[in-house]
Design a protein. Structure first.
Length: 157
């Protein structure tokens, strides 16, 4: 009887290579690290003003995304004044009690064909066993803005 162990066979394919994170993903992670680092250094009064960095980030966006982000910012602030604007992975986000509830991801951020309005697990959007947590945006109509306002109000609870 042979008691020698054979090495385990690799389960990964030999011809597949792992590319790792994309440049955009690495950039977002670096932005998040900077946000956390600067948040720890800011005085309490400066922490309360998360709106300035958000508005600066929106101003840097290319034309179609910038216009949408400006409108979303206005709709979210009007619909849920309890939410505080802040940056989250370099994206405009809106938090309640320090927890991000919703965020705007420009199409340019990850080179996608549409911008995204996303909701975190802290958003109170639960409806049955399945509900949407992100919405693709190509433009904003008055009806879209009204729907977003209602969603944000529901998300805040």
């Amino acid at each position: 009887m042979n008691d020698t162990q054979k090495p385990a066979k690799s389960t990964t394919a030999k011809n597949k290579s792992y590319e790792g994170f994309t440049d955009e993903e690495r950039s977002a992670m670096k932005e998040r690290a900077r946000e956390l680092k600067s948040a720890g250094r800011r005085p309490r009064a400066a922490k309360a003003d998360g709106e300035s960095p958000v508005l600066e980030k929106i101003a840097e966006m290319p034309e179609p995304d910038r216009v949408m982000a400006e409108r979303l910012h206005a709709v979210i602030k009007a619909s849920a004044p309890a939410l505080s604007p802040r940056l989250w992975y370099g994206m405009p986000a809106y938090a309640k009690d320090g927890n991000v509830v919703c965020f705007f991801q420009s199409a340019q951020k990850f080179k996608t064909r549409y911008a995204t309005l996303g909701f975190s697990d802290k958003a109170n959007l639960d409806e049955g066993a399945m509900w949407p947590t992100a919405y693709a945006l190509t433009e904003l109509t008055a009806a879209d803005e009204a729907r977003i306002g209602a969603l944000v109000q529901k998300a805040v609870g």
